[in-house]
Each structure stands twice: as structure tokens, then as C-alpha cells.
Design a protein around this ligand. Structure first.
Ligand code: F0G
Length: 463
């Protein structure tokens, strides 16, 4: 017999504990969506069949993670679970000081309060919303410098999350005394979950070191990024994701992390830095806002789940399945003519609703309308990344967002291939009925982050 290599990429786990999902009728969903003010954020999760709202904190944990949680140390100070967590983060990132936080944005809050002041500038490939908000919260200015290819939805490029090095050089040359840190988000969530190449990480690091500016990685999806480097960048095919991740972090001076993504946990995060003085300032603030530095807003069992989860996220069998399952949905949609951001990224498929629903003007929220159609037709919940999310300007005027996207983010290890087949069927049904999808108007909105709580009404009721 000859060795055989199967083509089918399977889920690299078997299921030992299941959670029922709730089926509803079309009429029930019409009623539930109306009661939620046509805002999927206001639906009860139990009324959603397939929930692709976010990949953050929604993954399934492994038996080893649960075992660690049962055996956790809940001591206030110096818990064994903390030292396990610290050792895992140090082993993977190489950073000296590990500062636990309850989630990613808490790490951002501590970092920017410790390094930035009003008038400072923070360059990033693309700031995630909370990162941008924390930069602005201390009076600093976020600048997004992703390469121009990263702004073109249909263009195929292996590393659309890369920073534009020429633009970074120019900005730093002019303003270096106002730049307390350079950041790089891997993968670039706001730009479609697109990866950053090792060459780009190195180039950003060189600019930062030349000017003596600290370089931080927003590492939420570092393992997914490592897989793209392994499979797309010359010289990395034979390296493990762990080796690639270690190299990536070696070029940086620290990182912020939401362990709700590639930490494979339901809650948690950390800030890691090399600089002793910065670590001291961060820990002082941490005690004020998060808790004692050996738990930082987490239970001992959360620290255990992350210490184990970080390694599971780097398992090549897991990453192959993870990245393939996103591409699998992307391929099905592309074959049927549904416009999506190309190529598919690490954690989500982004449908281009602006292109798909040209009859709905941006101020009638085409991406919002398409996302609601997915719920009505199939009980699927994604998230609008468009004018409801970004359209409100500080002066109270409303402006069309740059893109009208529906993001379908994949919770880790939670859904199977047949769930994804179902998802594709629902999206294609909505695509086929796109002429019948009407726009929405806002009925009530809050002054900040309006998409979370807004209430809307259909302009032409979907039929
Ligand atoms: N940075 C990036 C790139 C993120 O995607 C997120 C969260 C954060 C920071 C903040 O982390 O939620 O733990 O405070 N992204 C989630 C999402 C919410 O749905 O994309 P957090």
C-alpha cells in the first residue's frame, strides 16, 4: 500500500459536550426583529440559530482548558495559575513583563494612559474601534497607514494588512517627537482580517528602532497571522506557527492582547512589555483599574484557560482547519457571484453589501439591511460594518461610511462544516432576493457608539 493524503480538511477535534441551538419560524423572526428595533444587537442570543456576530469570547474550550479551570488557584496574590499564565505568555512572546487584564481594551487603556498625551500621534495599519477610542481618549491622534491594496476589496494580495512603510517613514520623519509608539494590528480586523507579512513586521520595527520609538503589536489574532506567514511567505513553510509567532514578537517591544480571540478563552487579555519603567507605570494603573497584578481582572480559572488556549491556537492542525473554514465559505459565495472582500482573511467573511444592494443609498444602510435579511431568512446574525457603525460625525452630521460590509465572524471550534453549508445557503437566498431588500431609517440613537443600541424601522418592508 502507498501512503495516502486525504484532501478533506476535517475539524481537528471531536465533540464531547453539545449546546442546543434554537430554531424559529420566519414569522417568529419577523416579530422578534421588529421587537428588537430591527437591531440584531438587541436580539436575545437564544433567538439566533447561527451566531456570527463576533469571534470574540465565543469559542469552544477544550477538555484540557476545562481541566485547568477546575484545578485553578484562586488566591488573590501570587496564584499558581498566574505563574502558569505568565510562563505561557513569556514563552510565546518573549516579553519580560506580563500584565493581565480582563480583556483587550483594558490593556489598551493602560498602555495609552501610560505612554501617550494630548497631541501625540499613534500610527497603526488600521486601529480597531476600541484601540482608536483609547488613543482618542487620551487626546492623541490615531493614524491608519495600511497599504493601498488593503483598501481595495476585490484586489488579491497575500498581505493586505501590511503597513505602508513609505507613509510611515514620512510621518515619523516629520513628527517623531510626537509619536510615543507605533502599532501593528495582526491580523488587521478592520481591514477584513487581512494578515501582515514578517517582512512588514521587520520593516516597521526597523523604522521604530531607528527613531527610538517603542513598537507594539495588537496581537489578538497572532496565531492566525502566523499561519498566513507560514503558507504565503517565502522561507516560512517549514517553521511551526509557534516559531513564527516568536519571531514576530521579537521585532516588537510589547503587545496588547485580547485572549477572547487567539487566547481561545471566553474572557481575558494582557499587556506585555520589555521596558522595566513602563511596566512599573502600567502596573500602578492596573492596580487602580483592573486589580492586583497577578490576576488583573480575571479569575484564576481564566488565567488557566488562556495559558492552555494560547498553545492550542498555535496547533498547525487547528490553524489549517480554521483558515480553511473561512475560505470555504468565501469560495462558495464567490462562485455564486456574491461580492466579498478578497481574499478571505483569518476570522471572518466580509460581504460587500454596498456593491450588492446599489438600490439602497448609504444613508438607508444597505449593510444593515442585508444583515437583517440574513436573520429573517435563516436566523443568522452577522454584524454591520458600515454607516450605522461609522456614519455619525463628531459634529452631529451623518456621512456615508467608506464601505458597507456585513462581517460574519467565526467563533472558534463552535460550528461544523454543515453549519457553514447552511450559512452559505442563507446568504445565497438573500442574494437572490436582493431586489426585495429595502433600506432602513433610524428611529432612536444614542450620541456615542450608536449601533449597539439604535432602534430602526424598515423604509420599504422586506417581503
Ligand atoms: N484589537 C482588535 C484587533 C480587536 O479585534 C478587538 C476586539 C480588540 C482589540 C479589543 O479586544 O474586545 O477583548 O476588549 N474585537 C472584537 C470583534 C470585539 O468583534 O472584532 P476586547
Amino acid at each position: 500500500m502507498q501512503e495516502f493524503h486525504a484532501q478533506t480538511i476535517i475539524e481537528p477535534f471531536r465533540v464531547r459536550s453539545v449546546e442546543p441551538i434554537q430554531f424559529t419560524t420566519f414569522a417568529e423572526r419577523q416579530q422578534k426583529l421588529a421587537a428588537a428595533g430591527y437591531n440584531p444587537f438587541l436580539l436575545r442570543a437564544e433567538d439566533v440559530l447561527i451566531d456570527m456576530l463576533t469571534d470574540s469570547g465565543t469559542g469552544a474550550m477544550s477538555s484540557r482548558q476545562w481541566a485547568g479551570m477546575i484545578a485553578s488557584d484562586e488566591s488573590y496574590a501570587g496564584a499558581a495559575s498566574f505563574y502558569k499564565f505568565e510562563a505561557a505568555v513569556q514563552d510565546i512572546t518573549g516579553f519580560k513583563h506580563v500584565i493581565p487584564t480582563h480583556q483587550g481594551r483594558a490593556a489598551e487603556n493602560i498602555l495609552f494612559h501610560s505612554i501617550a498625551k494630548p497631541g501625540d500621534i499613534i500610527p497603526n495599519n488600521t486601529h480597531f474601534d476600541t484601540t482608536r477610542a483609547h488613543v482618542e481618549n487620551v487626546g492623541a491622534i490615531p493614524r491608519d497607514l495600511v497599504i493601498s491594496e488593503g483598501r481595495q476589496p476585490r484586489l488579491i494580495h497575500p498581505f493586505k494588512g501590511n503597513m505602508d512603510i513609505a507613509q510611515l517613514e514620512a510621518l515619523v520623519a516629520e513628527h517623531h517627537e510626537r509619536i510615543p509608539a507605533i502599532m501593528l494590528t495582526v491580523t488587521n480586523n478592520s481591514g477584513g482580517g487581512q494578515p501582515v507579512s514578517m517582512a512588514n513586521v521587520r520593516a516597521v520595527s526597523e523604522v521604530a528602532r531607528r527613531y527610538g520609538i517603542p513598537f507594539f503589536i495588537d496581537a489578538c489574532r497572532f496565531a492566525e497571522n502566523a499561519w498566513f506567514i507560514k503558507t504565503r511567505e517565502d522561507g516560512y513553510a517549514d517553521k511551526t506557527p509557534l516559531e513564527i509567532a516568536r519571531e514576530m514578537f521579537r521585532y516588537a517591544d510589547g503587545c496588547t492582547m485580547s485572549a477572547k480571540k487567539d487566547g481561545m478563552a471566553n474572557i481575558g487579555g494582557f499587556l506585555a512589555v520589555n521596558d522595566d519603567d513602563l511596566a512599573l507605570r502600567c502596573r500602578n494603573l492596573e492596580i487602580l483599574t483592573e486589580g492586583f497584578p497577578t490576576y488583573g481582572g480575571m479569575a484564576g480559572y481564566d488565567l488557566e484557560a488562556i495559558a492552555q488556549g494560547l498553545y492550542e491556537a498555535l496547533d498547525p492542525h487547528y490553524l489549517r482547519y480554521r483558515i480553511r473554514s473561512i475560505a470555504y465559505l468565501g469560495d462558495k459565495l464567490t462562485a455564486a457571484g456574491v461580492p466579498i472582500i478578497q481574499p478571505t482573511g483569518g476570522h471572518a467573511v466580509y460581504i460587500d453589501a454596498g456593491e450588492l444592494l446599489p438600490h439602497i443609498p448609504p444613508l438607508q444602510y444597505p449593510a444593515w439591511a442585508f444583515n437583517n435579511a440574513l436573520y429573517l431568512l435563516g436566523g443568522v446574525r452577522g454584524v454591520e460594518i458600515g454607516t450605522v457603525m461609522f456614519g455619525m460625525q463628531p459634529d452631529g452630521q451623518e456621512k456615508a461610511a467608506a464601505m458597507e460590509l456585513v462581517r460574519l465572524a467565526f467563533p472558534r471550534r463552535a460550528y461544523t462544516q454543515s453549519h457553514v453549508d447552511y450559512l452559505a445557503e442563507v446568504i445565497l437566498a438573500a442574494y437572490q432576493q436582493r431586489q426585495q431588500i429595502g433600506g432602513y431609517q433610524l428611529v432612536w440613537q444614542s450620541p456615542v457608539l450608536r449601533h449597539f443600541t439604535a432602534r430602526l424601522a424598515p423604509i420599504a418592508a422586506p417581503n
